[in-house]
Design a protein around this ligand. Structure first.
Ligand code: ATP
Length: 306
């Protein structure tokens, strides 16, 4: 039996690796805009781990040459701090996260982690250092436990459960008849947007990367789910270098710095309080959103009374 189980274990490992490779390819090309033209330089070194300070230095970028998206963007996310990017739809916010992942490369300027130009280091080492909670998480056609464990295959059962607890998805999973073994995805149980996002958060907690990119969902979640997700995100962001791509303003109030991106340039930067004082673009966005929130709340009350 031992003789038989050895090769079986080995084949299981290979199968998992192939499956992971297929998932990665599918994942990146289809979902994360991976650009196959970006290749590592010969003998590129791995990222040397450090305090994880991220810097964008005068970054210029266009998907198509005739339409510049970023026009000289510079900012730093100091080690362990949170920087939030806000701005109108189409301003180029998510593009910043794609560049940090090196799915695309800037046409001018550079992006560094602890002083190392990310264009010069191996992509696998770069991506191992960054955890991404995307807008729309696509789940693999496997169990919910597998989908969390994807963050780190060697994790123990107890670690998977702890990650689920921190992401506030544990109770939901335990309420399912098959628990962690419940199939999800296209061919399994369909999860809501908020549940999928919490699975992605659990996966990221398990991965435990020094740098986090949180690309907030644009779709409206109900306010209970939103506050649960916000709590989970706050918890994983603590002590990590975090870039928040904010599509709603309610989540950026506590950021160490807020950058306002408009038409590919940073037009304002500061804390929430400082930017409100400044009474510029951010204050206008904030007031508009507050009015929209108030209008929505009034509508909900009217519906409830009817
Ligand atoms: P939102 O808040 O609506 O998500 P955003 O600020 O995150 O917007 P980006 O996703 O960064 O905006 O997109 C910036 C601009 O780049 C948009 O006008 C978009 O149409 C364009 N764009 C995004 N991805 C591509 C692509 N793969 N090829 C060409 N243009 C693209």
């Amino acid at each position: 039996l031992v003789q038989l189980s050895m090769p079986l274990n080995f084949m299981g490992m290979i199968y998992r690796e192939i499956k992971q490779a297929l998932i990665d390819i599918d994942d990146m090309f289809r979902i994360l805009h991976r650009n196959p033209e970006i290749a590592d330089r010969p003998n590129a070194p791995a990222l040397v781990p450090g305090p994880a300070e991220v810097r964008f230095e005068d970054v210029h970028f266009a998907y198509n040459p005739d339409r510049p998206i970023l026009r000289g963007v510079s900012f730093a996310v100091p080690s362990g701090k949170t920087v939030a990017i806000v701005g109108p739809s189409g301003a180029g916010k998510s593009t910043l996260s794609r560049l940090l992942f090196r799915f695309y490369e800037p046409q001018a300027g550079r992006i560094t982690i602890d002083g190392q130009d990310i264009a010069a280091i191996r992509q696998d080492s770069l991506r191992a250092a960054i955890g991404m909670v995307p807008q729309d998480t696509v789940l693999f056609n496997d169990t919910i436990g597998y989908n969390i464990r994807y963050g780190r295959w060697e994790a123990t059962e107890a670690e998977v459960r702890e990650a689920a607890r921190l992401a506030q998805i544990d109770r939901f999973i335990e309420s399912l008849p098959e628990g962690y073994d419940t199939p999800v995805g296209e061919r399994g149980l369909k999860l809501s947007g908020g549940e999928k996002q919490r699975v992605a958060i659990a996966r990221t907690i398990l991965k435990g990367p020094p740098i986090l990119v949180l690309d907030e969902a644009t779709s409206a979640l109900d306010s209970f789910t939103e506050s649960q997700i916000q709590d989970a995100l706050d918890r994983i962001a603590r002590g990590r270098t975090t870039l928040v791509i904010a599509h709603r303003l309610s989540t950026v109030v506590d950021a160490d710095q807020i950058l306002v991106l408009d038409k590919g340039v940073i037009v304002e930067r500061g804390t929430h309080a400082a930017l409100l004082d400044q009474d510029g673009v951010y204050a206008a966005l904030w007031n508009r959103q507050r009015e929209a929130d108030a209008a929505r709340a009034a509508l909900r009350r009217a519906e409830e009374e009817a």
